[in-house]
Write a protein that binds this ligand. Structure first.
Ligand code: R5P
Length: 304
């Protein structure tokens, strides 16, 4: 059975790499705009009777990307794709997974409902914010796999800073990041790891305390899933330096980099600042294409 990989506006860079690694046919989806601002979507290849892998991240413009994704997936099904795998490396709205204040929309529930309606067979995400979602397959109505890009971040560190590894502590900026710090430390051959303590005051302001980690004289690899405003990393780096950390390296999965976040981070004098290509950014130095392809091979193997 034929397999084709199609890429949306925020996924074409990854889709092309995935197709090349897997030896699949690749096509970019044609996206245009009507004069009134509505999106126009066209699939320029024949997908009838084929297994289709659609790749698109729901950033840089989360709302636009969502509509583009829904229009494309629905069109692919309508045009005869027999199996549809949606690779959504970054899913927007996942952090609003709870009614933190009375009256709030639980946004990810609505997004998931829309994915259920357009009916995909399989979903693949990368380090999705799943802290309060215990059964994503049920929520999205599709077989669901959330893979991690943190091993790729650690491999990059190992390859480029091998001489630093022995004196490295991997640190997560908050308790939720423990899972990523643990994976990176494991990938670096079992170096020490720990987490800091973060209190979020508002969407733009956080306090990060370095209690619980001993970084004096050590190189620190600070790992997290997302850089949005940059507030978390800025405060974490300050706290690590106050504790006597030597060189600080920052590796994150999704570089959203809102507003002047990149400038704030570049002014910190980090030894390196890098991210994966789930979202393309000036610091996307690590590709997750190979990792995604490995999982796709397994998923497709079970479909054929
Ligand atoms: C929080 O749950 C995430 O893991 C990140 O720490 C957070 O989204 C980063 O946001 P910001 O860069 O705005 O501090």
């Amino acid at each position: 059975m034929n397999i084709v990989v199609v890429g949306g506006s925020n996924g074409a860079h990854l889709a092309e790499k995935i197709a090349s690694i897997g030896g699949y046919h690749y096509s970019k989806v044609i996206i245009d705009r009507f004069p009134d601002g509505e999106l126009y979507v066209r699939i320029p290849i024949d997908v009838s009777g084929k297994i289709v892998v659609y790749v698109n991240s729901l950033q840089k413009s989360p709302n636009e990307s969502l509509i583009e994704t829904f229009l494309t997936i629905d069109a692919l099904r309508d045009l005869g794709a027999v199996k549809l795998i949606a690779v959504i490396p970054y899913i927007s709205y996942a952090r609003q997974d709870y009614r933190f204040k009375p009256g709030e929309a639980i946004s990810i529930q609505t997004i998931a409902k829309l994915f259920r309606a357009i009916n995909v067979d399989h979903m693949v995400t990368v380090d999705m914010h799943l802290h309060r979602i215990s059964d994503p397959s049920a929520l999205f109505g599709a077989r669901f796999v959330n893979i991690t890009g943190v091993r790729d971040l650690a491999k990059y560190y190992y390859t480029n800073y091998r001489e630093s590894v022995r004196n490295t502590v991997v640190v997560g900026p908050d308790e939720e990041a423990e899972q990523w710090a643990r994976i990176a430390a494991e990938e670096l051959g079992g170096v020490e790891y720990g987490v800091m303590y973060k209190t979020r005051i508002s969407a733009n302001k956080v306090i990060v305390e370095a209690r619980g980690v001993n970084v004096k004289g050590k190189n620190v690899l600070l790992v997290d899933d997302i850089i949005s405003t940059g507030g978390t990393i800025v405060e974490a780096v300050k706290a690590l330096r106050e504790q006597g950390a030597s060189e600080v390296f920052v590796g994150v999965v999704h570089a959203i980099l809102v507003g002047n976040a990149l400038d704030k981070l570049l002014s910190l004098g980090l030894r390196d600042l890098y991210a994966t290509d789930t979202i393309m950014s000036p610091i996307s130095k690590v590709s997750v294409a190979q990792t995604i392809q490995k999982h796709l091979e397994e998923i497709i193997g079970k479909m054929i």
